[in-house]
Unconditional design. Structure first.
Length: 187
């Protein structure tokens, strides 16, 4: 767990982001290349490499979705966000129908007010899906942290990581739907 170890954290998903930021700044001051100008070329190169790693790790760990994705991948599991997860198929189909209706309305020259109403309806459906997903992600974070804090078997952890991988894939798909809507009907 390179990123977690770098910040001296247990591999948990609920992270104190304020403490993470403080640790990031302390480590950055310690390793930043500007503070190693009189060092040997090898030491400067190592400082640059460490700073790049710190930046990547911090960007990943401060964002809950990226943190979950990193944890899943660091355990050798893949996240397939190329298609809608099975648990979302019906909802995604209905949201995509709404997006297609929005596209058709735009092509037909439907008035701005009607377009805004259609966009708001689709936006609300996606927002509902986002809220439901975020609640599931929070529960999955709590469950993982409980498993880390106990003598859970490797099988239990792997099972939960597979569940977490599906939830993370859902997040990617929801982001794609949000992006599509923003392209079709910017706010």
């Amino acid at each position: 767990m390179k990123y977690f170890e770098l910040f001296e954290l247990e591999p948990r998903l609920n992270v104190d982001t304020a403490a993470l930021e403080r640790k990031f700044h302390a480590l950055s001051r310690e390793h930043h290349p500007d503070f190693h100008t009189l060092a040997t070329p090898e030491e400067r190169a190592r400082a640059l490499e460490t700073t790049a790693l710190l930046n990547d790790a911090y960007r990943t760990l401060r964002d809950s979705a990226r943190r979950a994705e990193y944890l899943v991948r660091s355990h050798g599991l893949e996240i397939d966000s190329s298609q809608a997860p099975a648990s979302m198929l019906m909802e995604v189909f209905e949201i995509n129908e709404g997006l297609e209706e929005l596209r058709a309305a735009r092509r037909s020259g439907t008035g701005a007010e009607a377009m805004a109403e259609k966009a708001d309806a689709v936006r609300e459906r996606i927002a509902d899906k986002r809220r439901t997903h975020d609640a599931s992600l929070g529960q999955a974070f709590d469950r993982w942290d409980a498993l880390v804090g106990t003598e859970a078997s490797e099988e239990e952890r792997q099972d939960h990581l597979r569940t977490l991988a599906e939830i993370v894939a859902q997040a990617s798909y929801i982001r794609n739907l949000e992006r599509e809507l923003d392209e079709e009907a910017p706010r």
